[in-house]
Design a protein around this ligand. Structure first.
Ligand SMILES: Nc1ncnc2c1ncn2[C@@H]1O[C@H](COP(=O)(O)OP(=O)(O)OP(=O)(O)O)[C@@H](O)[C@H]1O
Length: 307
């Protein structure tokens, strides 16, 4: 039998009252992949990770972790998480904390503890009280605790939020070293550079959906395309589908009387729109990396309001 994917989320949906947090999300990750879930605040990243870990139940859709329901995978020790918050006992030292949690997993040996501390770059601060550690050091400690049971999948929810540049770099080099051992890693972030620097693959989320999924370099290329905007009242689904088939077109979205086309070939899109459709007021913008990323992930309503 072939190995099941490490993560398989199918048609996942979750709402909180009137708020749709996750909206028909599909995501699959193979064993050993390091995947970034990238998106702005409120995109649904934390909710997706909670569903993946079995901390919340989906309204629709299925979650499979190594082919099993999340609760079974967690119970089997196959998955561990570093969440945004997580209780650490401030009065223990770093090493005491690792030993204490190690004993819960039956990992008492000096060598096992030393190895995890080394991997998380904690050896130099072994005797420091947790309460005196920086935010970055505390996150590395949470990471060490998460990998103690040697899970096959490690899930991290915005693990570097609030860290300075060097704290972030140290944290990620520990994760990278660890990932090299074949562990699957899924982390959320709202920083494009972080996703680009540390993930093999980037899954871009907006409003509870996946809007792009590919190697970091592909996402960069996607973000660097051009945006064509036209006024086009009553654009039919058929005509919009025709646009979608033009060379270089990445996405087409209609909101009210405005249609947005993200494309690598704005000339072809412009020619088609002006010659074959009633669209008018055509505008082509070439955006910077940062602007383009914001355009990909923010609400189109906000962009329109900003113009
Ligand atoms: N327990 C809850 N009750 C009500 N609304 C919620 C709850 N949890 C999340 N939401 C809403 O669901 C949407 C998605 O939230 P989520 O935290 O998953 O996004 P996120 O991408 O992780 O954002 P951030 O980067 O800010 O953590 C948001 O609009 C949020 O306000």
């Amino acid at each position: 039998m072939s190995t099941p994917p490490a993560i398989e989320l199918t048609g996942l949906a979750k709402r909180f009252g009137a708020v749709v947090a996750v909206d028909g999300l599909h995501l699959r990750a193979e064993p050993g992949e390091v995947v970034a879930l990238l998106g702005p605040n409120g995109a649904g990243k934390t909710t997706t990770l909670d569903l993946l870990l079995g901390l919340a139940r989906p309204d629709r859709g299925t979650v499979r972790v190594f082919g099993r329901p999340p609760a079974d995978a967690v119970a089997a020790g196959d998955v561990a998480a570093v969440l945004q918050t997580g209780g650490l006992l401030k009065d223990l030292t770093v090493e005491e904390t690792v030993r204490y949690v190690g004993s819960l997993y039956g990992r008492h040996s000096r060598s096992a503890i030393a190895e995890v501390m080394e991997r998380a770059d904690l050896t130099g601060i072994a005797r420091r009280r947790v309460g005196r550690c920086s935010g970055g050091q505390q996150q590395r400690l949470r990471f060490a605790l998460a990998v103690l049971p040697d899970p096959q999948l490690l899930v991290l929810d915005e693990p570097t939020a609030g860290m300075d540049v060097s704290g972030r770099r140290d944290f990620w080099s520990a994760i990278r070293r660890d990932g090299a051992g074949g562990r699957t890693v899924l982390f959320s972030t709202h920083q494009l550079e972080e996703a680009d620097a540390y993930a093999d693959r980037v899954v871009l989320m907006r409003r509870g959906r996946v809007v792009a999924d590919g190697e970091a370099s592909e996402i960069r290329r996607l973000a660097l395309g051009r945006l064509v905007r036209v006024t086009w009242p009553n654009a039919t689904a058929d005509l919009l589908a025709e646009l979608q088939r033009l060379p270089g077109v990445r996405s087409v979205e209609a909101r009210g009387v405005t249609v947005w086309i993200r494309t690598e070939d704005s000339d072809a899109a412009a020619r088609h729109l002006l010659h074959h459709t009633p669209a008018r007021d055509l505008e082509v913008t070439s955006t910077s990396m940062e602007e383009a990323f914001l355009a990909l992930t923010s609400d189109l309503d906000e962009q329109e309001a900003g113009r």
